[in-house]
Each structure stands twice: as structure tokens, then as C-alpha cells.
Design a protein around this ligand. Structure first.
Ligand code: FAD
Ligand code: MLT
Ligand code: ZN
Length: 460
């Protein structure tokens, strides 16, 4: 360790956990989609909250900025250094202990570096359920999903990550540790401080642990792939299913034909669930505490009725877990099959989804004749991943973004439904948020991080 800064860092975490060799750091200096690159002085890997606090204090003294990093699966460049000032990447991966599981409180305490899939398993081992689920769950970490307030495929029934949190432990930008690890279901004692850090993308402090809610484990689930004529039919189908089966619709994911074709070309272990070609599909999952047979027969009856009335074109209900997994494999392969296009993660009120697609398609076709959209996403939450074109269109990315975001704005929607702002949308958000909202955010940032050392160049 040669630099005056790296030596005290190594004294805190041990020399082996201050990475400077390019072979070790390269993966930390770029994002999952390889859209952003930024060098930092090192990657530091603390083992516990005390070490994080010491690192933050040292960085404060040396005026070095901190980029918190979890599984580095974020899609907005939030975990990649910007490189405009001295920076370190603070990797939470070693802080991967489940500190406590309490089935009676229905909660568990997980450190920030716990991989999401491991938290799901810990809940399952206790006979309970942790419902946040997304295709990156084998890599993304609790600190990352909390800091982006990730959505995923179960928001419809259980809410976003924010709704799964009872308490937090956070190292603040001055190095002090806020112990908010309470598992209270009710606590009206002033401002709900934990909410400040959830979705803050590491700009207000470092989340080191969280008390997470567990849920009753559904005893049955059933999955279907439904072919539809239009996105409007998808919205209508969701309403009908809710009428017939109540709140047990846990996932309702839209997939366009073009997305399905991209997956079939990319993931060779997938196959089209139908022999015929259809323009749109939804992947539906129901879960509750009944039996597989009961749930399946209710889904079958509802879908049969929709097909009879011409509201759906066809439906395939998975007869086994294996078949259900094959349907999910199609849905979860879309991000990888759509690696290089111009992405949008937008939301509108659910009823406006068809209008969003109609208007955006018309505006894109006018500006870019022949351009192809790859539309999919969490239609049950009004959240579409509206991907456009291929790698060749990246050079015109800001023009494409402008078209889609203007349509979203015309429908009172959001330009970032679940992936956060990071560096990707830091400038664009200024066109969409009220001046007063931005000023309130800046006031909070100044109050908590007056020296601007927490993840600079992100969000604001
Ligand atoms: P990172 O990428 O490491 O970091 C994300 C942000 O959080 C950065 O700003 C970082 O600085 C900050 N951060 C990380 N850890 C901490 C911490 N301990 N304290 C403070 N700040 C921290 N997102 C969805 O919402 N829904 C999806 O369905 C979904 N599917 C995905 C599928 C794939 C294949 C991929 C690659 C990504 C997907 N995502 C999805 C993106 C999503 O944001 C991430 O997967 C996840 O939320 C990020 O977790 P991470 O640990 O990788 O965070
Ligand atoms: C998804 O829903 O699959 C994700 O949010 C990832 C993506 O948009 O690519
Ligand atoms: Zn998504």
C-alpha cells in the first residue's frame, strides 16, 4: 500500500480488502450493461458497520467521495464512479450475514451485502416468505434493492421494496451510525427517517443493515401464459381476474411478440408456449393459501371465460412447477436479450398503459420511420420497460428518450418507475420534477451531506 490514503484504509479493513489491481477492480468500475465506466482510487470491502463508519470518517478527512456498491446490477449507473473527483468504491459484499430471524415478529435482520436470493431462502427456512423477486435476485443485494427501492415481479400483491422495510441501520456522511433497526409495525414519533434512505441511491448515507418484513408463505401458486390482441386487453384482463380471484394476482407481466422473439433467438432453452403467433402476451401468476388444484381451477375458469368472450386469444396454464419455471425463464431472459437497445423504465396509471404505447409508438414512428420497440414489463403496476431499436440507435439515445419521456409526461407518469435516476437520468429529471421538489431534495442532501461526498454525480 503506497499512498497516504490507502494505508489507513488498509489499517481499517485489512490489506486484502483494499483492491487496486485492475484485474480486481475492473468489474467494479463499470455497470451491468457496460454503459458507464469510471475509475476510483480503490475498491474497499469492509466486514462490518464499525469499519464502514471508520472508512466514511477517513474519507471525510481526506475529502474523498464514496460510491456505495452492492451487487452492481443497477441499470442507471448509480454504482459506477463518475471520476470527477477523488472517489472510492465501497463494496458491501462482505457484509452478508443474516443477523436474526424472528418468525413471531415476522421479520429478519439482514446486512446490506446479503444477496436477495439468500434472504428469500432464510425466510423460507423459517417457514415464511420474502416477496421481493427480480431476475437479478441471484446477484443484487439488500443494500442495493433498498437504495433503488426496487420493484420486480411481485409488486402488485406485496408492494415495492420500500414496503418490506421495518427498520434500517445507516452510516451517515459524517461517519456516525444511526441504529434504526427496530421491528415496530407502528411508530408515529415524527418523521419516518428510514424512508429518506430508501431509494436515495447512496446519496445520503450507507445502508448497512435492515429489518425486513416476512410474509405468510403461499401454499399454492399457479402460472399462465396468455395471448392477447392488444395492451388494452391486458389491462382489461387484469381487472377481470381481480374481480374473479381477488387479491391473489401476484404477478402480471406484459411481453410483446418482439420481446418473445428476441428471447427465443437469445436463450436457446426457451420455446414459444403457443404454435400460433400473437401480438401480445401476459405472464400471470396467482398465489394464496389454498391448494394448487383450487387455484388452478379458478384461473382456468376465469381465462376460459375471457377467451369465450373474445377478450383473450389463447391461454396456457402451467401443469407443473417445471412448466411454470419455463414460462418465467422466458420473462426473465428479456433483459439479457435486450442488452444493447435504448431503454426506458417508465410508469403511468395502469389504465393509461394502452395510451402510452399508442402515443409513443406513433411519435417514434414519425421521428424514426421503421424503428422497432421491444415493450415489456410490470403492466399490473403501470410500469413498462419501453426498449427501442438496437445498438445502432444508441447514438440518437437522447432524441429517443425525449420522445418517450414527453409522452410519459403528457400522461402524468414517471420517467423512472423502479430503476432509479443514477447518472442516467440525473439531468433529464430536472425537466420533470417540480422546482420545489428538486429544491426540497437539495435541501435534504445539503443537510445530511454538506460536503457532497456521498455518491456525487448521481440523482441530483
Ligand atoms: P447496485 O447496482 O450495486 O447499486 C444500485 C444503487 O444503490 C447505486 O446507486 C448504489 O450506490 C446504491 N447502493 C448499493 N448498496 C448500497 C448501500 N448499502 N447503501 C447505500 N447505497 C447503496 N430492478 C427493479 O426494480 N425491478 C426489476 O424487475 C429488475 N430486474 C432486473 C433484472 C436484471 C437482469 C438486472 C441486471 C437488473 C434488474 N433490476 C431490476 C435493476 C435493479 O436496480 C437491481 O437489480 C437492484 O435493485 C440493484 O441491486 P444491487 O445490489 O445490484 O445494487
Ligand atoms: C425487468 O423487469 O426485467 C427489469 O426491470 C430489467 C430491465 O428492465 O431490463
Ligand atoms: Zn422491471
Amino acid at each position: 500500500m503506497h499512498s497516504e490514503f490507502l494505508r489507513p484504509l488498509a489499517a481499517i479493513v485489512g490489506e486484502a480488502h483494499v483492491l487496486t489491481d485492475e484485474r480486481d477492480t475492473a468489474g467494479h468500475f463499470t455497470d451491468w450493461r457496460k454503459q458507464y465506466y469510471g475509475r476510483a482510487e480503490c475498491v474497499v470491502r469492509p466486514a462490518n458497520t464499525g469499519e464502514v463508519a471508520e472508512i466514511v470518517k477517513l474519507c471525510g478527512r481526506e475529502n474523498v467521495a464514496i460510491v456505495p456498491q452492492g451487487g452492481n446490477t443497477g441499470l442507471s449507473g448509480g454504482a459506477t464512479p463518475v471520476g470527477a473527483q477523488r472517489e472510492i468504491v465501497l463494496s458491501l459484499s462482505r457484509m452478508n450475514r443474516i443477523r436474526h430471524v424472528d418468525p413471531l415478529d415476522d421479520s429478519l435482520v439482514a446486512e446490506a451485502g446479503c444477496v436477495l436470493a439468500n434472504v428469500q431462502q432464510a425466510a423460507e427456512a423459517a417457514g415464511r416468505y420474502f416477496p421481493v423477486s427480480l431476475a437479478a435476485e441471484g446477484s443484487c443485494q439488500i443494500g442495493g434493492i433498498l437504495s433503488t427501492n426496487a420493484g420486480g415481479v411481485n409488486v402488485l400483491r406485496y408492494g415495492n421494496t420500500r414496503e418490506q422495510v421495518l427498520g434500517l441501520e445507516v452510516v451517515l456522511p459524517d461517519g456516525s451510525v444511526w441504529d434504526g433497526l427496530r421491528s415496530l409495525r407502528k411508530d408515529n414519533t415524527g418523521y419516518d427517517l428510514k424512508q429518506l434512505f430508501i431509494g436515495a441511491e447512496g446519496t445520503l448515507g450507507v445502508i448497512t443493515a435492515a429489518v425486513l418484513k416476512m410474509r405468510a408463505r403461499p401454499s399454492a401458486s399457479t402460472t399462465a401464459w396468455v395471448a392477447l390482441e392488444t395492451p388494452a386487453a391486458a389491462v382489461e384482463l387484469l381487472g377481470r381476474l381481480r374481480d374473479r380471484v381477488g387479491e391473489c394476482v401476484s404477478a402480471f407481466e406484459l411481453v410483446s411478440r418482439r420481446c418473445l422473439e428476441a428471447v427465443l433467438a437469445h436463450a436457446h432453452d426457451t420455446q414459444d408456449p403457443f404454435a400460433a403467433v400473437h401480438p401480445w402476451y401476459v405472464l400471470v401468476e396467482l398465489e394464496d393459501a389454498s391448494t394448487f388444484e383450487s387455484l388452478q381451477s379458478r384461473l382456468e375458469a376465469s381465462l376460459a371465460e375471457c377467451i369465450e368472450q373474445g377478450k383473450a386469444r389463447d391461454a396456457a396454464i402451467a401443469a407443473s412447477h417445471l412448466q411454470a419455471a419455463a414460462l418465467w425463464r422466458i420473462r426473465e431472459s428479456i433483459p439479457e436479450a435486450q442488452f444493447a437497445n435504448v431503454k426506458h423504465d417508465v410508469s403511468v396509471a395502469v389504465s393509461r398503459v394502452p395510451l402510452l404505447i399508442e402515443r409513443a409508438e406513433a411519435a417514434l414512428a414519425k421521428a424514426f420511420p421503421g424503428v422497432q420497440s421491444y415493450i415489456f414489463g410490470h403492466v399490473g403496476d403501470g410500469n413498462l420497460h419501453y426498449n427501442v431499436g438496437d445498438r445502432g440507435l444508441q447514438a440518437r439515445r437522447s432524441d429517443v428518450n425525449r420522445i418517450v419521456y414527453d409522452v410519459v409526461a403528457s400522461l402524468d407518469g414517471s420517467i423512472s418507475a423502479e430503476h432509479g435516476l443514477g447518472q442516467l437520468k440525473r439531468e433529464e429529471i430536472k425537466r420533470h420534477k417540480q422546482a420545489l421538489e428538486l429544491e426540497l431534495m437539495r435541501t435534504l442532501k445539503r443537510a445530511l451531506d454538506p460536503n457532497g461526498l456521498m455518491n456525487p454525480g448521481k440523482v441530483l
